[in-house]
Write a protein that binds this ligand. Sequence first.
Ligand code: NAI
Length: 674
Amino acid sequence: MNSSPQDWKLDIDAEGIAWLKFDKQDGGTNVLSESVLEQFVAILTHLEQQPPQGLVIFSGKTNGFIAGADVRAFSPMPSRENALALINRGQRAFDRLEALPFPTLAMIHGFCLGGGLELALACDYRIAQDDDSTRLGLPEVRLGIHPGFGGSVRCVHLLGALKAMDLMLTGRTLAARQAVRLGLVDYAVPARQLRDAAKSMLLKPPAPHQPGRWDSLTNHRLLRPLLAPILKRKVRAHARPDHYPAPYKLIDVWERYADDRRRMLDAEAGSVASLITGSTAQNLVRVFFLQERLKGLARAADNKVKHVHVIGAGVMGGDIAAWCALSGFTVTLQDQSPERIAPAMGRAAKLFKKRLKIPYRVTAAWDRLIPDHQGRYIERADIVIEAIFEDKEVKQKLYRDIEPRLRPDALLATNTSSIPLEELAPVLQHPERLVGLHFFNPVAKMQLVEIVHGKQTSELVMQQTQAFTRAIDRLPLPVTSTPGFLVNRVLMPYLLEAVALETEGVPAVLIDRAAVEFGMPMGPIELADTVGLDVCLHVAGILGSALGLEVPERLEELVSEGCLGSKSGSGFYTWRKGKPVKPRPDANRKLPADALDRMMMRLFNEAQACLREGVVSDADLLDVGMIFATGFAPFRGGPLQHIATLGKEATRQRLAELAARYGERFTPDQGWND
Ligand code: NAI
């Protein structure tokens, strides 16, 4: 061989089977970088010259096969030409793998994603380890692109267009057995039999998997023009083409070229090169890195928590307890009486069933969640999470009562959404152990948790709380203990402006539609109804007094009439079966031209204020926090990134114009001058 590979290691066994191990030397996860592909090609050249009986490609990492292409190569991407050259190199490597004159097999364990699965698809066979850690998928759309190393071409021909498109358009991942059912993998076998199964397949190679007749037909040139619009319509329900072009481009490439493999490969590469240099993919790749950064924050300490004790089994505490039990922790749940714990246990049962499916795992999670209305287990807890009424005196009294019973090294976390930690901590003997752990509602859905750093909170407690947050598969965002912390504070002015518009007579449906068209997952009026108008009013009241926000009377009126939103069946909308009934607005009724600006500019202004005050340590954390806690248009990269796109000075001027017209709530924050 004319190169000396470091990341790949080739061994030939007594029966002439080549075992090619991928173990990237400079990282804990296998990813396909330029250098990795270069080494791979050198090995292919060697194998072409001295063909073995068969080739098994496998990973030397415990966590998985290959996680995908090295995303670092995409950020920043210098030019479309460079992107295309990189993609073409990958395509050529996998084409050569596919053309080898002996049988080839990918032996998969752990994750096998994106470029990793594309490599596996270029093999004749795939077998996967049959356990919980195995996940296969083509999640490229989540980064604003689609498969580019020939994966879309191979996938549609292996599975048929509908199954392949479902995999690529949703970006979902499959367990080993699901992958076998779909035809993506030939066999799912237990770990101990993996090598033997691989070997016997290569020594007696069966015919490679073929799609069924109907599945093949879906690629027929007469059917494609009929199926493509159906696929696009399905995508449209989740993503607009101007916001997320990748799925639409993928359908186009397939529709036009599925008959001609070479042209489809070229079109696939050209399409990915254009997408990756576009703003959506660049923003999504940035968000991916920022998410990694949040995960990295948790690595400053090891998670020491095994036993979680939650006090308060209401909306939040009950769901936090269930989530922790689902994540494998022993959880004890305390409230004032068993009756108050019962509804939380009912919700937990539903969550376990939905997420874990297999009965013995549901039972195991159920065994981990222990009702403890008298708080008998509090002495054993590594972390106590308090989620009782939002009342300073009530919380202080509880802290006084429980502190003597806590283990000396136990963390004390509060889920308060508004009370500064500095006001709660003085009643403690050890105020440094108190930290905020601010979950969002619904707990099982919202990935971000604000880790609130009171002035008295110790650094070690911050680090341990962040490590625990990761251990329950949530993203920790450190914030200061200031009113509303980050997320509610930035969101509230936007919500209140939407309520002001509604009060002025603009139909709620039009307000919500404008926000969704901007890229928010749900409009602000529907969001207010979903969160609960009482909760909104409470947070608005606190922020109102701290930041001088005006709370619209309409919100107070609705709450005093008992119209609390989805939970009471009516709020701004009437709710039926958990969904808002949205009246069709009069066709002549138009949204005022500046309505969207009024809402968004207030959000941007508050984001600038939080940055100036150091609520989070930098702009990137602010952006990623708003994306993962509120779903702020990820393809725009977060509020501050979006301001940069609009132009900071232009945005400030727009605020000044709105302030002249509508009053001082729009006055640009001093942060704009920094
Ligand atoms: P909730 O009213 O649904 O539940 C509170 C529970 O605490 C009740 O079951 C009550 O019996 C129990 N409780 C009160 N005093 C207690 C005591 N001394 N000992 C044991 N149990 C006691 O309240 P929710 O909405 O779950 O809020 C809890 C905390 O979470 C509050 O601090 C709130 O600000 C915060 N939060 C609420 C969010 C929401 O959307 N509801 C979102 C984020 C934070």
